[in-house]
Write a protein that binds this ligand. Structure first.
Ligand code: C6P
Length: 410
């Protein structure tokens, strides 16, 4: 399927119970906060219920049928995630809580033993706090310096400035694939190659990319890549860290506990190999199982079709934003399907509260990207973020409701 017809969208919407059953203050739900978390199709919800109803057991430790079933499903999810990212080996896939935990894991297990005073970690000015604070922490712990590649007024990383920030001191480059506050799609293949040219290791925050675009970690040649299930139509509380095998093998565990060991004595513990070395304690088993179903679901729709439809929605919303004289924050040439904007001098929180009275869910605030707000000198923005199940009719409702906000504040 290359494009989604109206009939396809209607069918797809039928597969998301919340889109059909939920009303907000008497209005049908218009859910435009997909960059925050996406809604879940029935097949994902069913997979969670099925696990609890039919084969709930802990993985890797039960010599009985239920545990074998649960283990097979859990490891099947790892294999599916490896295929989704085109990783070479499923042992390169670590289950984590989400993007945040993935980046913290890399910062603490890879970067902390490596960095020393004089070394540099490079991030960009459009990062989410999850890709800033873990690096600040590890720089404080090691004496390394955090550098920031600047952005321009369109919200794009300035290529020449990025290159100027790279040197033999740069040990790690961490950057978003897609910005959550601006929608900018970073040219990461090129940026990764530039980072590698100075010998740096690359960490890609793919939280906003995984729901929208095919990811090929082998072609990108990135060293680490992270994404969250809950933004990718899967359950909350689980995500993926991909890491190159040689790097992961050389890293110490992030957490200690059950499951991640081969043998323990009071004198010495021998750790498991990959990927279990990084999965201490009982894991989010049903989360992994649900994530696999979500990845199957979006792969079945197809990224060509998803991209095409979401791009249409972005163009439509952008055109209306111009007509309604909104200030768009983030006008990169390559943009994912989200629109960040301000509305006159009305605070984003006030506007979002009124939009809710029309059933419209958008995010308002700094989007955990305070430096982006500081750069554009706004306290907050409204952000409408689109998924493949959204429609132009829903965008019309958003703009109708924005008109009401203006009337109230006139
Ligand atoms: N952005 C948003 O509304 P977690 O919470 O670990 O699943 O994802 C964190 C994260 C990391 N990087 C990027 C680019 C993100 O967008 C997010 C989450 C949400 O934009 C919540 S702040």
């Amino acid at each position: 399927m290359k494009t989604l017809t109206e009939a396809d969208i209607a069918r797809i919407r039928g597969e998301f119970p919340i889109l059909n059953t939920s009303t907000v203050k008497g209005h049908p739900l218009v859910y435009l906060d997909n960059a925050n978390t996406s809604q879940k199709p029935q097949c994902v919800i069913d997979a969670l219920a099925h696990y609890y109803e039919q084969y709930n057991a802990n993985v890797h430790r039960g010599l009985y049928e239920l545990s074998e079933l649960a283990t097979a499903a859990y490891e099947g999810a790892r294999l599916r995630a490896a295929q989704f990212l085109n990783a070479n080996n499923e042992c390169e896939i670590i289950f984590v809580k989400g993007t945040t935990e993935a980046i913290n894991l890399v910062a603490q297990s890879y970067a902390r033993p490596l960095l020393k005073a004089g070394d540099e970690v490079l991030i960009t000015a459009l990062e989410h706090h999850s890709n800033i604070v873990p690096w600040q922490l590890v720089c404080e712990q090691t004496g390394a310096t955090l550098r920031v590649a600047p952005i321009n007024l369109q919200g794009e990383v300035i290529a020449e400035e990025y290159e100027k920030c790279l040197s033999e001191k740069t040990k790690i480059v961490a950057m978003a694939h897609i910005s959550n506050a601006l929608g900018t799609v970073n040219p990461i293949a090129n940026m990764i190659a530039k980072a590698h040219a100075v010998g740096a290791v690359t960490v890609i925050d793919g939280a906003q990319a995984a729901p929208h675009t095919p990811i090929d970690v082998s072609a990108l040649n990135c060293d680490f890549y992270a994404f969250s299930s809950h933004k990718t139509y899967g359950p909350t509380g689980i995500g993926i860290l991909y890491g190159k095998k040689a790097l992961l093998e050389a890293m110490p565990p992030y957490q200690g506990g059950g499951e991640m060991i081969q043998s323990v004595t009071f004198e010495k513990t021998i750790y498991q190999g990959l990927p279990y070395k990084f999965e201490a304690g009982t894991q989010h088993i049903e989360g992994a199982i649900g994530l696999k179903v979500a990845l199957d679901y979006i792969t079945h729709i197809g990224f060509d079709a998803i991209n095409h439809h979401e791009h249409e929605l972005l163009l439509y919303a952008t055109q209306l934003a111009h007509e309604h004289k909104l200030r768009i924050i983030g006008e990169a040439k390559e943009k994912a399907s989200m629109l960040s904007f301000t509305l006159d001098n009305i605070h984003a929180h006030d506007a979002a509260t009124i939009l809710d009275h029309y059933g419209v869910a958008v995010r308002a605030g700094h989007h955990c990207a305070m430096p982006v707000m500081q750069f554009f000198q706004v306290p907050a923005t409204l952000r409408a973020s689109f998924a493949f199940y959204n429609t132009k009719a829903e965008i019309d409702i958003l703009f109708h409701a924005l008109g009401k906000v203006r009337e109230i504040f006139k």
